[in-house]
Write a protein that binds this ligand. Sequence first.
Ligand SMILES: Cc1cc2nc3c(=O)[nH]c(=O)nc-3n(C[C@H](O)[C@H](O)[C@H](O)COP(=O)(O)OP(=O)(O)OC[C@H]3O[C@@H](n4cnc5c(N)ncnc54)[C@H](O)[C@@H]3O)c2cc1C
Length: 159
Amino acid sequence: MIPTVLMEVEKLVIPLAVQRFVLLEAGPAGFYTAQHLIKARPDVTVDIYERLPVPFGLVRFGVAPDHPEVKNVINTFTQTARHERCSFYGNVNVGKDLSVTELQEAYHAVVLSYGAEGNRRMGVPGEDLSGVYSAKDFVGWYNGLPSCREVRIQPLAFP
Ligand SMILES: Cc1cc2nc3c(=O)[nH]c(=O)nc-3n(C[C@H](O)[C@H](O)[C@H](O)COP(=O)(O)OP(=O)(O)OC[C@H]3O[C@@H](n4cnc5c(N)ncnc54)[C@H](O)[C@@H]3O)c2cc1C
């Protein structure tokens, strides 16, 4: 997992006064950013908005359950979420429930860390066969992601 957004955050110019950051959204990039901001500056508070009811993005809904050494990072993220200068707001779909403009008006800085949406098609023969699934849908299904509850995993149908 590469929290590339951190590189951008280090370049932010932070004026003096209590700073209110908002982070969208609650995947690893968002949590690593929150963790480092809170550690680096005692005058920073961070609010995290996430469209799902629960945090941790693809660490919860992507990484396989038999990779506990990767999923363990959730313990560190939980400590950050419980920090007195960090708040988590689930069930908030940015762009629908709140606009980025509204957030810019309410906070000193806004960091967008919304991950990757959708699936990339490979353009290879057989891609549309029954029994072929995107990795994102498949791991979403076995990790219990609500939007993947309709996925019905079938055996591959060879032509
Ligand atoms: C199938 C699959 C398997 C993987 N397996 C591994 C693995 O085993 N080990 C590993 O190290 N990495 C793995 N990865 C990669 C890893 O999951 C990603 O690199 C990492 O999760 C990216 O973090 P992120 O914070 O950028 O995005 P995400 O984890 O996707 O987090 C983005 C968050 O933003 C939220 N969001 C999106 N839009 C909005 C909106 N409009 N309003 C509010 N919230 C919103 C999403 O709900 C999500 O919680 C896997 C990825 C995939 C797709």
